[in-house]
Design a protein around this ligand. Structure first.
Ligand SMILES: [Zn+2]
Ligand SMILES: [Zn+2]
Length: 302
């Protein structure tokens, strides 16, 4: 099973669960159960619990799914020879984990692995967001945004309702405790609504433009011209969420269609001009148009 042993990430993941459970507690025991409107309580309770369950399930799936790690230490002489590189073809070797980096893979210093289509490392899910778990991460941000919005609406109704009625009948807790619990929930809801909806928007945008967070940063930093050919946005969305549009897109238990294992072609990259490669006898830095981030790699050339 995939699990990153990173103290900070584990603490953040526990805090995330704690905050969802706190919201669950206030919604159920402060607002819904003491309410005398039975239908209102049952409907809102069901909706809130379903969304909270889906949010936590997505969180687990995002945390425990291998985001697309490249096999460690596969940059052996024998393996590179077996690829039978032609002139103009190179492979990039990660100096940190000694693996061959396929196109769009990046080294994550927290996971200590190269991750395919790495978007960023998210401490809140204690994992990298990459090719295989981006769907769960997007669902996690979406469901957290939805429960935050739902909780805020319910707090609003509760305040309206309780100002009209007697406060003591409004909750089984004392009025000061009730107000403090509700205000804390409001703060939490607002903070998370803003944070997760921005994240959700960014993720959907990056899937639609088929450009990961890292790639977009590199493009802005270097003002590189468009180099990589992008897939169409619909194709990219379908690949991330698994097939044609269906309810399964919103189901954290249904994985994206299992990515095919890398073939020999995926390891090899074409260098545009042959002159680039002529003076790279054994190992050099990456060609200048390649991303120069913390995981600069070596070129092995035949
Ligand atoms: Zn690496
Ligand atoms: Zn990572």
């Amino acid at each position: 099973m995939w699990f990153i042993r990173d103290g900070c990430g584990i603490a953040c993941a526990i805090v995330t669960w704690f905050l969802v459970l706190y919201a669950e507690f206030v919604v159920l025991f402060v607002m819904l159960i003491p309410s005398r409107d039975y239908v209102y309580s049952v409907i809102n309770g069901l909706v809130f619990n379903l969304l909270a369950f889906l949010a936590l399930a997505s969180h687990c799936r995002a945390m425990l799914t291998d985001p697309g790690a490249v096999p460690k230490g596969n940059a052996t002489k024998e393996f590179i020879e077996s690829l039978q590189l032609k002139p103009g073809q190179v492979v990039y070797k990660c100096p940190k984990c000694c693996s061959i980096k396929p196109d769009r893979a990046h080294h994550c210093s927290v996971c200590k692995r190269c991750i395919r289509k790495m978007d960023h490392h998210c401490p809140w899910v204690n994992n990298c967001v990459g090719e295989n778990n981006q769907k769960y991460f997007v669902l996690f941000t979406m469901y957290i945004a939805l429960i935050s919005l739902h909780a805020l609406i319910m707090v609003g109704f509760h305040f309206l309702h309780c100002f009209e009625e007697d406060w003591t009948k409004c909750s089984s807790f004392s009025p000061p405790t009730t107000v403090i619990l509700l205000i804390l929930l409001c703060f939490e809801g607002l903070l998370f609504l803003i944070f997760t909806s921005v994240m959700f928007g960014t993720q959907v945008h990056s899937i639609c433009t088929d450009e990961t967070g890292i790639e977009s940063l590199q493009r802005k930093k270097q003002q590189r011209r468009e180099r990589r050919e992008r897939r169409g946005s619909w194709k990219s969305v379908k690949e991330t969420f698994g097939g044609d549009f269906s309810l399964n897109w919103f189901n954290p238990f249904s994985g994206p269609r299992h990515p095919k294992p890398l073939s020999n072609r995926d390891w090899v990259r074409q260098v545009s001009s042959v002159s680039d490669t002529e003076n790279t006898e054994t190992t050099t830095e990456e060609p200048s148009e390649e991303p120069k981030d913390e995981d600069f790699a070596e070129v092995v050339d035949e």
